[in-house]
Design a protein around this ligand. Structure first.
Ligand SMILES: Cc1cc2nc3c(=O)[nH]c(=O)nc-3n(C[C@H](O)[C@H](O)[C@H](O)COP(=O)(O)OP(=O)(O)OC[C@H]3O[C@@H](n4cnc5c(N)ncnc54)[C@H](O)[C@@H]3O)c2cc1C
Length: 526
């Protein structure tokens, strides 16, 4: 993946997309597949905002059944099923356990009905993907970390999981391969109008400071929490903040869906890269949209609720290995509680012709992006329909996935990569994993882990630095690899990893020091 600002200058595009989160990335892929001349820019790194701060779930959203949002659940379940098939390296199945206690808000009968409906809405899925009911004893054995006193039943149901930042990156790579001009660290300063209609944008390269006017027949705003500001209008929706904490491993291969005692909200405990994600919160937000931070009361809320249902491990702040926060854009609604507001998505056409994406879900972004590109095509008088449904992902290996994965895993093991890291490598890179194997063939030292506790090897870091449009150290350590949220890093480690990346990125000592200092400031000092 290459970054070249000159590709934007003096160019006229069919469509210019402002914002490289999941909505922008799918829109770019879809439009490029339909043969349009596409440009997509992000003011920061790909997926640097909400799209790398999600719960990493590709799911229908069991809890939306309670608000009778069947349309949304059916839509997201259909996307989940498609992604499990078109992107098995990027989206993998994850079973969730739901305990039922004597005093649970939903009884066993109600939950059973809800889960039957959830499976029904997913369409004809294989039987081994259906929900299951367990006796208290069996459920307690399945989830030994749970407090089993008062347990009267337990269920498991299927959803799926991903690495959200890499999901977006893979789509951007796919769009670039189809001819789209894709540039991170390029900020839309303002839209350009002609006869009161948007016909382009002034864009500043955040790396060099250079500015350019870029023209397009249609401009699409997928800038998430920044949309309203960019459109010079009051927010068309509400913002809700969600945080996650990273804690030590307590689960094997299955996650937990739990209900908070304080407010009856649903939260998750999820295995991810060998550790545990605990989240999320859902609170009204009217703070600084450029600096969304994790607050002590949010941390206390999650720790208290988790400690209530877990066997006495009593997680404290000392156990937290990392955290992150993100903002949801929700439709304007009379509901007081953000968690009661629908997560469905909306496309707004402004008077000046700008198309603006509002809200939505990571899971359903493909279908929503298809509506965006349908609108673009209609405006441009182009008769091309969406081709993203069922299309294999850019990094999907050809042929039978299981066979491919087994062979690739064996090759990784033969190069002395430990099994856990090798398994994650396949998910992280799909068929590009052989590029990483090549690096190890040249230097066997690169098969070693970056840090003993995390399943990432040095060759992965080098490969990402070389090939994945890394501009800053933070891109590499937060999104290409999620090291910064999975561990507490020291200044010496920043310096060490910047040193490894330096060769691939042609950084001299000054840049290494500057990038390390930036990371230290952002992640250790705030
Ligand atoms: C806590 C939390 C948990 C969630 N969990 C899930 C989940 O598990 N599953 C699920 O399906 N959904 C989940 N969601 C919802 C999902 O994450 C969002 O719907 C989705 O990420 C929104 O993507 P987006 O592209 O609209 O916005 P963003 O990802 O925020 O992207 C907007 C981009 O626009 C860029 N931008 C802004 N201004 C400019 C400018 N002037 N010039 C250029 N670029 C600009 C930003 O830098 C940013 O990268 C969750 C949301 C939250 C907050």
């Amino acid at each position: 993946m290459q970054r070249d600002f000159s590709q934007l200058k003096n160019q006229y595009f069919d469509v210019l997309i402002c914002g490289g989160g999941i909505y922008g990335a799918w829109t770019a892929c879809d439009a490029a597949l339909r043969g349009l001349k596409v440009a997509i820019v992000d003011q920061g790194d790909w997926a640097c905002a909400t799209s790398s701060s999600s719960s990493k779930l590709i799911h229908g959203g069991l809890r939306y059944l309670e608000s009778l949002d069947f349309k949304l659940v059916r839509k997201t379940l259909a996307e989940r099923q498609m992604l499990l098939y078109t992107a098995p390296h990027r989206v993998w199945p994850l079973r969730f356990g739901v305990p039922v206690y004597k005093d649970s808000r939903l009884g066993s009968f109600q939950l059973g009905i809800g889960l039957s409906l959830y499976d029904f809405l997913a369409g004809s899925v294989p039987k081994d993907q259906h929900y299951r009911r367990y006796t208290p004893t069996d459920f307690a054995e399945r989830f030994p970390c749970l407090d089993s006193s008062g347990l009267i039943a337990g269920y498991t149901y299927l959803d799926a999981q991903t690495d959200d930042a890499r999901f977006v990156l893979e789509l951007i790579d796919g769009a670039q391969a189809l001819g789209a001009v894709c540039l991170n660290y390029c900020k839309v300063i303002h839209f350009i109008e002609n006869n009161s209609q948007v016909c382009g944008a002034e864009i500043r390269d955040q790396v060099t400071g250079e500015a350019a006017k870029v023209y397009a027949q249609q401009v699409v705003n997928t800038s998430g929490q920044w949309s309203a500001g960019l459109q010079n209008e009051h927010h068309g929706g509400r913002l809700s903040k969600g945080i996650h904490l990273i804690l030590p491993k307590i689960l094997q291969a299955e996650a937990l869906l739990l209900t908070a005692k304080t407010d009856g909200r649903v939260f998750f405990i999820i295995p991810w890269y060998g550790l545990t994600l605990l989240g999320t919160t859902d609170t009204h937000y009217d703070g600084d949209i450029d600096h969304v931070t994790v607050e002590t009361e949010e941390v206390n809320y999650l720790l208290t609720e988790a400690n209530r249902v877990l066997k006495p491990i009593n997680w404290t702040e000392q156990d937290i290995m990392g955290s992150y926060a993100g903002l949801r854009v929700l439709k304007q609604s009379a509901d007081v509680s953000p968690s009661s507001i629908s997560r469905d998505w909306e496309l707004k056409t402004l008077k000046n012709g700008l198309l603006s994406s509002i809200g939505g879900k990571f899971t359903s972004a493909r279908e929503d992006a298809a509506c965006i590109v349908d609108a673009v095509c209609k405006n441009l008088g182009i008769n091309k329909s969406c081709e993203t449904f069922g299309k294999p992902f850019p990094w999907l290996a050809v042929g039978d996935y299981q066979q491919w994965a087994e062979a690739a895993l064996n090759e990784g093991l033969s190069l002395s990569i430990d099994k856990e890291s090798a398994q994650w490598l396949l998910r992280r890179h799909g068929n590009r994993v052989f590029g990483i194997f090549e690096l190890i063939k040249q230097n066997a030292e690169l098969a070693k882990r970056i840090s003993p506790a995390l399943p990432f090897i040095i060759a992965d870091l080098v490969f990402c630095a070389r090939h994945e449009m890394v501009v800053h150290l933070d891109d590499l350590l937060r999104r290409r690899l999620p090291l910064l949220i999975l561990s507490k890093m020291t200044p010496a480690q920043f310096q060490y990893l910047a040193g490894i990346a330096a060769k691939a990125l042609a950084w001299d000592d000054d840049i290494v020091n500057k990038e390390s200092a930036l990371c230290i400031h952002k992640w250790l000092i705030h």
